[in-house]
Write a protein that binds this ligand. Structure first.
Ligand code: ADE
Length: 228
């Protein structure tokens, strides 16, 4: 099965290069996912192709107008059923691995990216099924959040990661375990040494060391993030 992801954006160029790089590019070539980026401006039908306007009630900044979103979204939902219509926003539910796991089971996902001060709220009210925040900070637009969501979902699709890539991440599936650090050659560089045990060739000792490091790093991570 090929997952389909439709993204609607006022600045589609900001998405094109990251989506056509590395593993996400390969996932599309392997037909594991089809990512279609829609330019909001293509759905502005007035003669100036205007997509933004001043907010009612005043205040600084411009808002994305409702009509181009409605035109685009209504066309898409007339063509297929969407399991999720995501709206990245600082006011949304905090994104995490559990949500990524859930979204990775979908057949069709739509993501609506806001820009400038945001979107006329009627778009969210009418269409959004999930409002998602990627953290407690404000971005200039939803596009980076779109990329975070797509990257974290697509890497979970069967056949996207190669065995060696997925094995590396198995223990991260719930996002709450930090793995032991990794090293490669040279064994010593600028007087910085790779831990001796990793060079020992002793499988059991290496396994114990990785588990111990993982435990320590997970405890430290919980402490610095005030978890539990
Ligand atoms: N748009 C602007 N800030 C955002 C955030 N923190 N998460 C998701 N979308 C956003």
């Amino acid at each position: 099965m090929t997952m389909r992801i439709d993204v609607i954006s006022a600045v589609p160029d900001s998405l094109i290069s990251p989506l056509n790089t590395s593993i996400i590019k390969r996932a599309q070539e392997r037909k594991k996912v089809d990512i279609i980026v829609h330019n909001l401006r293509d759905y502005a039908y007035d003669k100036h192709k205007q997509i933004d306007d001043k907010p009612f009630g005043g205040g600084p900044g411009m808002l994305l107008k409702p009509e181009p979103f409605f035109e685009c979204i209504e066309k898409l939902i007339s063509e297929r059923k969407y399991d999720h219509i995501l709206y990245p926003s600082p006011g949304g539910k905090f994104y995490n691995q559990q949500l990524a796991n859930r979204f990775s089971l979908a057949e069709n996902i739509m993501i609506i990216a806001g820009h400038y001060k945001g979107i006329d709220d009627r778009v969210r009210q009418k269409f959004a099924t999930d409002e998602i925040s990627i953290g407690r900070y404000v971005l200039t637009g939803g596009e980076i959040a779109v990329l975070v969501i797509i990257d974290s979902v697509v890497r979970l699709l069967p056949g996207v990661l190669n065995d060696s890539e997925s094995a590396l991440n198995d223990s991260l599936m719930d996002g709450d375990i930090i793995e032991a650090p990794y090293y490669t050659r040279p064994a010593e560089y600028k007087e910085l040494k790779v831990p001796e045990v990793l060079l020992s060739g002793h499988e059991k000792k290496v396994k114990d060391w990785k588990e111990e490091q993982s435990k320590l790093l997970t405890e430290k991570w919980k402490k610095i993030n005030n978890l539990e």
